[in-house]
Design a protein around this ligand. Structure first.
Ligand code: AMP
Length: 218
């Protein structure tokens, strides 16, 4: 199965990607997570991507296509995958089609998680992430424990790694949403024309959103 999770920053793609990956036994491929890992590890890719990410812009298409081509060639992606945060431009969507054709795979569904603008801004600016174990918190609705661990005790975090993402500040969030409107939102029409798009209300509680997606793809 090839599933694309689509929607503006803060719509819940990451949360649903993890759950769907567990349910269907295929990897959730988050290009944002891959890039943040590259930045953390100081790789060439990370050094190239950091300035774009910090500014809330998009990493160039050729870089992203190289990254996704390599990731989708891994053994665990042979039976399919869930894409979270890719494609984000028409050029990326066209590149993805080429990669899929080489693997004799095709997109089954594009799930558009629809969330109102005010909610997106509120979610993003109140989001906090443990940079060690990856667990996501929200200072309003799901605050981090005062003394960790956040998630798996084996990871060994104790609250000290919980941070605001550099691009979750109010100013950068505004820029990311503008970039979404300009470069990414046109993909809605692109996939609707191909009868692949399904809209899901991303304002609903995460467990409900999950069941609705499962019903659409099972
Ligand atoms: P995300 O975690 O998906 O919100 O991604 C964080 C940042 O990584 C984005 O604001 C972009 O700078 C970069 N990024 C992630 N995925 C892509 C992509 N498909 N194309 C270009 N830039 C991306």
């Amino acid at each position: 199965m090839v599933l694309i999770l689509f929607g503006a920053p803060g719509c819940g793609k990451g949360t649903q990607g993890v759950r769907l990956s567990e349910r269907f036994g295929i990897p959730s491929v988050s290009t944002g997570d891959m890039l943040r890992g590259a930045v953390r590890n100081g790789t060439g890719l990370g050094r190239r991507a950091k300035a774009y990410m910090d500014a809330g812009g998009l990493v160039p298409d050729d870089v992203m296509l190289g990254l996704i081509r390599e990731r989708l060639s891994a053994e665990d992606a042979r039976r399919g995958f869930i894409l979270d945060g890719f494609p984000r431009t028409i050029a990326q969507a066209e590149g993805l089609d080429r990669v899929l054709a080489e693997k004799s795979l095709a997109i089954d569904r594009v799930i558009d998680l629809v969330v109102g603008r005010e909610t997106l801004i509120r979610r993003l600016t109140s989001r906090r992430v443990c940079s060690k174990c990856g667990v996501v918190f929200n200072v309003v609705t799901a605050p981090p424990p005062p003394k960790g661990p956040c998630g798996d005790p084996a990871v060994g975090c104790a609250g000290e790694y919980v941070q605001q993402r550099a691009d979750d500040t109010r100013e950068t969030v505004a820029r990311r949403l503008a970039v979404y409107d300009e470069s990414t939102a046109p993909l809605v029409a692109h996939y609707r024309k191909r009868a692949l798009l399904a809209e899901v209300d991303g304002d609903a509680p995460p467990a409900e959103v999950f069941e609705r997606i499962v019903a659409l793809v099972a």
